[in-house]
Each structure stands twice: as C-alpha cells, then as structure tokens.
Design a protein around this ligand. Sequence first.
Ligand SMILES: Nc1ncnc2c1ncn2[C@@H]1O[C@H](COP(=O)(O)OP(=O)(O)O)[C@@H](O)[C@H]1O
Ligand SMILES: [Mg+2]
Length: 278
Amino acid sequence: MPDPAELPLLEVENLSTGFFTEDGVVPAVDGVSFSLMRGRTLALVGESGSGKSVTAYSILRLIQPPGRITGGKILFRSARAGEIDLAALGEKSEALYKVRGGLISMIFQEPMTALSPVHSVGSQIAEAILLHRKVDKKEARRLTVEMLGQVGIAQAEMCFDQYPHELSGGMRQRVVIAMALVCRPELLIADESTTALDVTIQAQILGLIKTLQRGLGCSVLLITHDFGVVAQVADDVAVMHHGKIVEHGTVRAVLKNPQHAYTRALLEALPSRRVRVA
Ligand SMILES: Nc1ncnc2c1ncn2[C@@H]1O[C@H](COP(=O)(O)OP(=O)(O)O)[C@@H](O)[C@H]1O
Ligand SMILES: [Mg+2]
C-alpha cells in the first residue's frame, strides 16, 4: 500500500460535465484527468471558454442545472477527513458542507462576489471563523487581525472596521484571500483571481499566494488564461483546450518543450520577456 501522504491531494479522473440545453448537450468538460500533489501549485491554463471554471465549479459541486457532472471521479484525499470522491457526494451531504466550509476554499475573479457591501471586512472574516472553528468572538477578532496582517495589510486593526468599498481592488483581493485561508483549507482554488488587477498589483498578489501557500502548506489550483502567471507561481501545469487536457507536466518541462500545438500557440501569444522559468 502506498503511503496516503504520497498520493495526490486531488486526483481528477475522466471528469465530464455537460450543459443540457434546448439545442443539445454542451460538453464543457470532456473526460478530464489531472492530479495535484500536496503542497504544490498546479495551474490550469487555457483560453476563454476552454472549461477551466466549469472544472473548478465541478470540484466544489457548484454546477447548477442545466449543467451536471456526467461521469468521472474527483478524489480528494483530506488529511482531516480522509479520501472523498467529491463527484459522488450528495448535494446536501454533511461531507460536502464540510468540504466547502474549510477543506477547500475558492477565490474568484471579482472580490465583490465574495464580500458583502454592508458589513465591515473584519466582521465577515470573523464570522467565517466563528462558523467553522470553536473560538469565542474575542479570539475570532484576534485571528482575523492576525490573518489580515499575514496577507500584507499594514494597518490590520483599522482595516477590520472598514467596508469593502473603502478599499482598493488589490486590498479587496487580499481580504478575500484572508477569508479563504482563515479556516486553513488543504486546497485553495483561485479562478482568474488576479486577472482584473493591474500588472504590478497582480504580481504582488501572486507573490502573496505563493508565500502563503508555502507557509500554510496548502495546495493551490490556480486557474488562468495567462502563461505569464503560470511561470510566476506554478510548479505544475495542465493545459486545457475545448474541454480536454492536452498537456500536463511540470512548468519547467512544459515551457521548455511544449508538446502540443495549442500550448505552443498560447506561449507564442505572450510577450517573451514575461515568461521566465524560475
Ligand atoms: N450555464 C451554462 N450553460 C451552457 N453552457 C455553459 C454554461 N456555463 C458554461 N458553459 C459552457 O462551458 C464552456 C466552458 O466554460 P468555462 O469553464 O466557464 O470556460 P473558462 O475556461 O473560460 O473558464 C463554455 O464555452 C460554455 O459553452
Ligand atoms: Mg472562467
């Protein structure tokens, strides 16, 4: 028997997700397989419409009708909850609630989708802590301020009482990252979460994700259409095209010697100075 710690944290096997429209079935994710090892960052890269978000939403079981998972497995080997096939969980199962509540966190492109405009940012993070951890209000506030500091917010005490609209886009994305990480997820999914930011802030946030990932020891599934982002933060990469994975390997191997014509086209579309293999 292999040591469970040496098996991938996330292993997607032959996953298919389709949308059942009046005009027929749209096979958005079509027999996709990839794996993510513990403590690593895997970039899922591909052009718009290639099926990246549908893959992420399938993992967290957030696909809404007329979409549904039509086949495959999503094996998640949690250190805290054991091996779970996310594709097989009931919509309202306790296990799914637990997964979404803290084992896997997701951050989206637009931070305002995750933040309530009418509550202070600190109270929103503290609420997430109170919901998932056995601590009192005072401790939740302390943990929140600590986390805001960890995501690089200098005046964390002051930030606690601010409202989302008072913050810049970059600061909001830091707050969202704090909220995602405060329950210590084993897997963080970031779906184009820096795409809307200008290049300098994007680089800062990507650097932050990398630092936190190392510090907290979680794994990251980073979704992007930008190979520059892949080169900056990912260890491994899976290239998606028309709902299929066309290439999967270490970033170094894929950037140095892309096998698939589509990967080469994605790389050629980039200003070359931005892609440097670490
Ligand atoms: N609600 C929906 N209804 C019908 N088709 C959808 C829906 N959501 C996504 N799709 C299809 O799935 C494909 C992949 O979408 P998506 O995963 O969002 O792409 P991206 O790689 O840009 O994240 C799209 O091209 C679209 O045809
Ligand atoms: Mg998307």
